[in-house]
Every structure is written in structure tokens, then in C-alpha cells.
Write a protein that binds this ligand. Sequence first.
Ligand code: PEP
Ligand code: CO
Length: 448
Amino acid sequence: MDAAAWSPTSWREYPAAQQPEWPDDGELQRVLKHMEDLPPLVFAGEARDLTAELGEVAEGRAFLLQAGDCAEAFDTFTADSVRDRLRVILQMAVVLTYSSGLPTVKIGRIAGQFAKPRSAPTERVGELDLASFRGHMVNDVGGTAEARLADPQRLLRAYHQSSATLNLLRSFTKGGFADLTRVHSWNQAFVRSSREGRRYEQVADEIDRALRFMKACGVDTRSQPMLHETNFFTSHEALILGYEEALTRRDALTGDWYDSSAHLVWIGERTRQAAGAHMEFFAGIRNPVGCKLGPTATPDEVVTICQRLNPDRVPGRLTLIARMGAERVATALPPLLGAVADAGHPVVWACDPMHGNTFTSAGGRKTRRFDDILREIAGFFAAHEAVGTWPGGVHVELTSDDVTECLGGAEEILDADLASRYETMCDPRLNGRQSLDLAFRVAELLRR
Ligand code: PEP
Ligand code: CO
């Protein structure tokens, strides 16, 4: 990027992968024009707070938990669904913080995660070849050609649902729900009786005791806001560049550009081309940003990405999200860690143990094995230990619901069980128990 030449529209001069074909360009332009006048969803100061928190992760003093849906949905949007997703992330964060003694930076894949990159432009649905489903921001998952038409009105609906979701998240995290005196109440009934649930109850008991101890020592725990509220940030893959451009605003305080659609946005594995439109757009916004890295990423490519997205080497500005697959993490990751360290770039390294481990089961469902997910995380920690870098965090797809989408875990979900509660519109997610189990396993790795 030529810094002087960058503008929220300069990405348009570059090839943009994975953009929908909108049937009516006039309508698209009207919608985007309207969106430019809508209020920002997040504020520049909040994005800067997240950069500062991630800076602590980059320097090895905190851990990142980024989690949520593969794709958020328009049709299952309720206050309870937002609360439940928040709740499981808070539970995981409590386990991680309590066990490791380190602050956990919490970022949801939420309030904007509506657009999906696809490996092919069409997909087979029953007897039909249909345009691929690209997320509710673009089209519908239904099995007809009409459902699959890209509809610009969906961009607006995504904006409004994000706004309502953020409103709930802000009330929940600042208005009492996230209060540390309520850690017990986050354990859902169906999880409580399980082994993971009982383990969580123990942690919750110990936190209660610690709070009572502080009080008994004369600490006025009621007046400590950090015990009663928490910072929770939003993120999504910034795929549809027209939407992101329309929500990009100049911060009055600093004069810098921020994408107000989320606190953190990331570039997906399929859109991280050095000369592509996504890289150009991301280079000019000041939000903390992420970039996925699959097993084909080379050390040179990764150092170029660091240079491009974080030329000023600000700790916390750039999170590299490795999604290598359990088989390849041990060979593919260390050269990247070494190259970034040698180049002196401060980054957050996060492990996405989901997207390199997806396969279609014999029964025909897209799934992932819980064991592969744990194996990739263990490989990620081992690679960092070998190179001498900090395993900064994990990035997972989950729901608090009792779904059957990933194989294994304590309930030993089998291929034959997948059909019973397979509810995702896109990738298979960890359920509530698997998520909590994963948090305990990561906590064990962190303690070592
Ligand atoms: C995702 O995070 O849902 C995703 C599509 O990931 P990736 O770009 O790593 O394939
Ligand atoms: Co996914």
C-alpha cells in the first residue's frame, strides 16, 4: 500500500476473491450508499483497547480466546442464543484464567460473522447444482435457485442484526451477567451433571471462596468494576468488501480510518493473496486485524503479510491464526514461527484447530474429530515451545447448545449420532460440553 494513496475504496483497484455476483448492481449501490450514513457498530477507542489487550498477548502476558459460530444465522437469532454463546465463552475464559493465572482476552465470532468463503462457486444440493451458500449476509441456504440469489437487502439486515447483538453483548458484559459472583450460574443444566460440568463447578466454588476471602480481608469487592464486568470484543471474517467499506469511518480523534463493523476483522485463508483486494483494504484500517494461515503458507509469504499489515510493528495489531491440521502442524508451523521471530515482528499467534481438520464422514456429514482438534492444539503448543515463541491463543467454532456436529469428546459422539442434532448452516461446531472440555485441556497445556 502506498499510505498516501490508501482510501476505503482503494481495494477496488485490486482483484477481490470470493465476492458475490449481485444480480442488480443499482440496488447494491443504493444499499451501500445508505449504509455509509448509518451509525458505526463499534468505536475506534474500543478497537484501540483491543489492540492494547492483544499487545499483552503478543508479549506473552495474556492469552486469547476467540470463539463463536462458523456462520451466524438470521433465522435463529434470539436474545437467548446470544446469551448462551456469550455464556460458554465466559465459562471457558474463567477456566483458562483461573488455571493459568493469566488474563484471557475474549473475542466472539459474533455480531457480524455472516459471510462465508466457498471452495467452489456452485454446490450439489439433492438433484440440483446451485450457487453456493455464501452466508446470510449474501444469500439463503435453502435448496432452490431463488434462495441462492445474492440479495443486497441482506447486507442491511446483517448490519441491523449485528447492532442488536452488540446491544445485548454490551448489556450482558457490563450489566451484571458477567459478574464473577455469578460464575456458577453460567453452567447450564445439561452440562452441570457431566464430568466437565462438575470440574467447572469446582473452579466456580474456588472463585467464590477467593472472593469471600478478599472480602473477609477487608477488600471492598463491590467497588471493583473488574470483578463485575468484562471486556468482550466482536470479530468476523471481513469478506464482503463493499459492506466493510461502507462501515469504514475516519476517527475524529486521531484522523485514522477504522472499520466500524467489528473490533477485530480477519482475512480468510482463501483471500490472503499479497496483491489482492482484501490485503489492500486491511492495510489501511487501524483496527486490530487477523490473517488465517493454512499449511501452504510459506515463511516469505508470512513475513510479507507482517510487513504489509503491521509495518510499524505495533504489538497487538496483527494476529496470525494458524489452521494447519493435526497432521501438518508439527512440520508446517515451526518454520513460520521462526521466520516471523527472526524478522522481529510482534504478532499474536493463535491456533484455529478446526478448519484444517474438516472431513466428510462415511454418513455424509461435514465433521471434525474432537481428538484431532486437541491434537492440533497440542502440536501448536509444542511448536512454540521448540521455537521459543508464545502460543498466544485459540480460535474455535462452538455453540453452547447440545448439538452433535463434531465426533468424539466425553459423550463419544459417533458418525451415526451426527444426524440427531446437526444444526450448523456451515461448519461443525463444538457443543457446550466439548467446548468446556477443550478449555480444561488448553488450561493444562498453559500450566506446563
Ligand atoms: C472460517 O473461519 O470459518 C473459515 C472459513 O476459515 P478459513 O478461512 O481458515 O478456511
Ligand atoms: Co468455519
